[in-house]
Write a protein of this length. Structure first.
Length: 276
C-alpha cells in the first residue's frame, strides 16, 4: 500500500512460482521422462529390427536369384589357390553382387553398424554392436584374398552348410530348391562372415558381447556362438532358404536345420540363466 494525498491504495504485485510449485513441475516432468524414455527406446529397437529383417530378406532374394540362374546350385564353399591344394573361403557378397544395387544399405544390421574393434585379428570378428571385417590398407595388395577386400565387411554371416562343397560331404545342402526349406538358415546376425554350426556345439555359460568373448575359428564346439547375439531382445534374426526372414530366440538356435544331418535339439530359456 502507498500513500497518496493521505489515502492508501493497493498496488498489485507480480507473483512468481513458489518453491513448492516449481518442485511439483519438476517432479511431473521427471515422471513423464521416466515413462516415455523406455517406450522410445523400445520403438527404436523395433525399428532397427524391422530394417534388419528387410536387409536379410534382400540377401535371401539375391540368393534365390543366383540359384535360379545357376540351376539351383549355390556358390562354391571355397576357391582353389592356383595349383595349390589350399583353398580360400568364398566371398558371398561378391557372388551376389549382380543381384543387389547398394550393398552399403544391406550389409549391416542397424544395431551393429559400428566398425570392428578387432582390426588385428585375422578372423575379423565383430560383436553385438560391431560389424566384422577389416578395410584393406593401402599398403596391402588388392589380390591378397577375398576376405581382405575393403568392401567385404558387415554384420551378417552365411550358413556355410548351404554352399557347394569342394569335397564331397553329404551334410551340405548345395541346392537352393529343397523341400521344406523354411527351416534352413541362409544368413543370420553374426560376429563373423560365416558360421558352420554342429549339433555338438556346446551352450555358452555367459553373455557374449565383444569379440574377445568368442573363440577364434569357432573352436571347442562354439561355431553356433557366432550368431548367439542379443541384438534383438534375446533373439537373433535370419533369412531362410524359402525366402522368409524372422527372429530366432537364442535358445532355438540348436533347433534349426543347419545341415542335412544336423540333429535338432530343443532347449528353453531356462537353460540359459544369464538370459533371465
Amino acid at each position: 500500500m502507498t500513500a497518496r494525498g493521505g489515502w492508501y491504495m493497493d498496488v498489485p504485485r507480480k507473483r512468481g512460482f513458489t518453491l513448492i510449485e516449481l518442485l511439483v513441475v519438476v517432479a511431473i516432468i521427471a515422471l513423464l521422462i521416466a515413462i516415455l524414455l523406455p517406450a522410445l527406446h523400445r520403438a527404436k529397437e523395433q525399428a532397427r529390427a524391422v530394417i534388419c529383417l528387410h536387409n536379410l530378406r534382400q540377401w535371401g532374394l539375391a540368393t534365390s536369384q543366383y540359384a535360379t540362374e545357376f540351376d539351383g546350385i549355390l556358390w562354391l564353399e571355397s576357391y582353389p589357390l592356383g595349383g595349390d591344394v589350399q583353398t580360400i573361403p568364398g566371398d558371398w557378397m561378391a557372388m551376389l553382387r549382380p543381384y543387389y544395387k547398394d550393398v552399403d544399405k544391406a550389409r549391416v544390421c542397424p544395431s551393429a553398424n559400428r566398425p570392428s574393434v578387432d582390426y588385428q585379428s585375422t578372423e575379423m570378428r565383430g560383436g553385438i554392436h560391431h560389424a566384422w571385417g577389416r578395410p584393406r590398407q593401402a599398403s596391402e595388395p588388392s589380390s591378397r584374398d577375398f576376405i581382405s577386400k575393403a568392401d567385404f565387411w558387415g554384420s551378417y554371416g552365411m550358413n556355410r552348410w548351404i554352399t557347394d562343397p569342394v569335397e564331397k560331404d553329404q551334410r551340405y545342402w548345395k541346392y537352393a530348391f529343397e523341400r521344406n526349406t523354411e527351416g534352413i538358415p541362409v544368413f543370420v546376425d553374426c560376429i563373423h562372415w560365416h558360421l558352420r554350426p554342429q549339433d555338438t556345439d556346446r551352450l555358452p555359460s555367459q553373455p557374449l558381447v565383444v569379440f574377445s568373448d568368442f573363440p577364434e575359428n569357432g573352436q571347442n564346439g562354439t561355431q553356433i556362438w557366432r550368431t548367439f547375439l542379443e541384438r534383438h531382445n534375446h533373439a537373433t534374426q535370419a533369412c531362410f532358404l524359402d525366402g522368409s526372414a524372422r527372429k530366432i530366440p537364442l535358445w532355438e538356435l540348436w533347433n534349426q536345420r543347419w545341415h542335412r544331418q544336423f540333429r535338432r535339439q530343443e532347449y528353453h530359456r531356462s537353460d540359459f540363466p544369464f538370459l533371465q
